[in-house]
Structure formats: C-alpha cells, structure tokens
Write a protein that binds this ligand. Structure first.
Ligand SMILES: [Zn+2]
Ligand SMILES: [Zn+2]
Length: 194
C-alpha cells in the first residue's frame, strides 16, 4: 500500500467530499456541509449497510452526518459509497431512494437499483482518477460478520381462510401455530420455523 497523503480516515473522507463537490456543482446541486467518518451508522450490521447519511434534523448542530462502513477499504468503493450518501445529504434524506433521489443519481452518472446506486462506467473513471490523487485511504478493512440467519424469512403463522398473519416469538414457537381469532381454525406455519 502506498503511503497515505492523509493521516486519518476522516481527513481523507473530508478531502474526498471536496473532490466530489464539483461533480454535484456541474449538475446544479449544492453539497451541504457534512460531518463524515468511518464507522457504523447503526447497529444494524446484518443488513449490510456500507454507508449511511443522517438528516440535519437528527443532528444537534443541524449538519448532515455520513458514515462509511469499516468494512470498506477500497478507495474507489469508498468514493462511490460516499457519493451515494452525498446525494442523500443534498436531499437532506427527505426522499429515500424515490424519484427525486433517482433523478439526481442518474444526472450524476450513477446507475443500478437506487437503494444501492453506484457509479456508472463514466463516473467510475472519474472516481478512479480522484482516488489516485487522494492517495491511499488510511484504513484497514474490518471483517464485518453478517448473520445469515437474519436473511431467512421470519417465522409467522397465517390463516388459510382469511389470511390473518402474525409474527411468532421464538420463546413460544414450541406451542405451534395459534388459532385464528376470526375463523377459530389452526393457522399455518410460514417462514423459518426451527
Ligand atoms: Zn441510499
Ligand atoms: Zn382466519
């Protein structure tokens, strides 16, 4: 790994925002002031979030806060993720990944399903150049475990007559599926019953 030009991850990420800002300006978008750091945005690691942006409303100083997962270490990937989060910041996280986000993302050269929209081929080239001039991201990739179990459909019970569905608590699963309060019949176990 080449010697990083910046000593800390935060410094690198701040410089990265400065480098990304003109891409937004070119399309008429103003990047707001943001706090940015490497870290888990939520404890919801299992969903595999690689970045997260928080609204100014959630921040005591009314400044957006962006977090880049410690699971990312490749500079281009970090820039790509940071750019996605900056789109949320420009929107102050008001429209999730809906049409307003999509319009902005496409204009900026991003592609893919909007929830995970990343750089299209042209933008990718720009990010690669940017990564080269920023120097190495001074971070060591953290191996973030993902709980496979949480991807499985949760245990539920469903009434075959009326469709009434309830989630099941693990502690009571040995009771078996309950009886539908409306139809008074045994409900069917759906999802992952262990
Ligand atoms: Zn997003
Ligand atoms: Zn029923």
């Amino acid at each position: 790994m080449p010697t990083p030009k910046t000593a800390t991850r935060e410094q690198w990420l701040k410089e990265a925002i400065l480098a990304l800002t003109p891409l937004f300006q070119d399309k008429g978008y103003a990047v707001p002031k943001c706090h940015v750091s490497c870290g888990f945005a939520s404890t919801d690691v299992k969903r595999g979030h690689i970045g997260q942006c928080w609204s100014t409303k959630a921040s005591a100083d009314k400044v957006n806060q962006i977090f880049i997962s410690p699971g990312l270490s490749d500079s281009v990937e970090v820039l790509d993720t940071l750019m996605h989060e900056l789109v949320h910041a420009v929107d102050d996280c008001q429209n999730k990944h809906g049409p307003i986000f999509k319009k902005m993302a496409l204009k900026l050269g991003m592609k893919g399903p909007m929830r995970s929209a990343g750089a299209g081929p042209e933008l990718k080239v720009k990010l690669e150049k940017m990564a080269a001039s920023l120097g190495a991201y001074p971070h060591a990739k953290l191996n973030v475990p993902r709980k496979v179990i949480d991807r499985r459909p949760r245990p539920r019970a469903k009434c075959s007559e009326c469709g009434f569905t309830v989630p099941m608590l693990k502690a009571f699963m040995h009771y078996g599926p309950p009886i539908c309060p409306k139809d008074k019949i045994d409900m069917t176990a759906i999802g992952e019953w262990e």
